[in-house]
Design a protein around this ligand. Structure first.
Ligand code: PMP
Length: 296
């Protein structure tokens, strides 16, 4: 699904076939979850294949690496250039790019001096699918920001995400919504969360969530469309009373939500601001214009 016999990846300065690449079993990421990564999308546009917000993603990768003290010598510009080469070598246009920076052999609990750079890409549909989502409030909380750097994209944080999504699926829901360690709404396992009430958008403030690049794009679009967005702290009950809600993420894009804990939102998805923003987002990533919320 992720690669074929012909797939090429970038690994430590070389272009290698994915099927021939290898890594040491004594790698610190494999044992202790220490690595940093990104999830980036490219889109086919009138100007050719374009990586959406490559600089923002690679700058966040640098931020994550610096927080975890994992060396990353390649600049955001170089990583962007390599990403375009990667797409070309694999004949990809609409693709998902996964950079991963992982430490080498190291069975200690101290950051080491060496690291590896992997860039791979594959075609990936919208991560949460195209249907409206039925969420459950997770029994798992997001990691305590005093226990780790929640604003860094670290592989180990995703054990929390895996627990939450697995629980939600096993309970018959599509996805989880996690609260923070103070009981306020935080985010999804792999996406930021917004809800709307009386034509105002609300989203959890930074502090317990990944500062999403799609979240930022929603702020930009909402601003251009004259939609008010308030960042604050919310209880689950605030969400139950919402008119609509959606997740945002590079992989998920803008994913409409139908219900939380079996309680449906007040409006049909197609009547929400979220829906208009999902269309505006699609246009933005594909560099199409939008006017008065209409596709042109
Ligand atoms: N929160 C979490 C936990 C995520 O894994 C992601 C996906 N990277 C997001 C939010 C959304 O971030 P972005 O919009 O930058 O993809």
């Amino acid at each position: 699904m992720y690669y074929s016999d012909d797939t090429i990846v970038y690994l430590d300065g070389k272009w290698t076939k994915a099927k021939d690449a290898s890594l040491t079993l004594y790698n610190q990421s494999l044992h202790y979850g220490n690595a940093v990564f990104e999830g980036i999308r490219s889109y086919e546009t009138e100007d050719g294949t374009l990586i959406f917000k490559a600089k923002e993603h690679y700058d966040r990768l640098h931020f994550s690496a610096q927080k975890m003290q994992i060396p990353l010598a390649l600049s955001s510009e170089t990583l962007t250039k390599l990403s375009y080469e990667l797409l070309k070598k694999n004949n990809l246009t609409n693709a998902y790019i996964r950079p991963l920076i992982y430490p080498g052999e190291n069975m200690s609990l101290v950051s080491g001096d060496d690291s590896h750079v992997l860039l791979c890409a594959w075609e990936w549909g919208r991560y949460l699918g195209d249907s409206l989502l039925r969420l459950m409030t997770s029994s798992f909380q997001r990691p305590n920001p005093k226990a780790c750097f929640v604003e860094a994209k670290v592989t180990g944080h995703y054990t929390n995400s895996i627990l939450a999504t697995t629980e939600a699926k096993q309970e018959g829901f599509d996805e989880a919504l996690l609260l923070d360690s103070n009981g306020f709404v935080a985010e999804g396992p792999g996406a930021n969360f917004f809800f709307e009430k009386d034509e105002v958008l609300y989203t959890p403030k930074l502090g317990n969530i990944l500062p999403g690049i799609t979240r930022q794009t929603i702020f930009e679009l909402a601003n251009e469309m004259g939609i008010e967005v308030r960042e604050s702290q919310f209880k689950v009950e605030d969400v139950y009373a919402a008119d609509g809600a959606f997740f945002t993420g590079t992989a998920a894009e803008v994913a409409g939500i139908e219900s939380l804990d079996g309680k449906n939102f007040g409006l049909q998805w197609s009547d929400t601001i979220g829906y208009e923003l999902s269309r505006a987002y699609n246009n933005r990533v594909q560099k199409k214009e939008y006017k008065n919320f209409e596709l042109v």
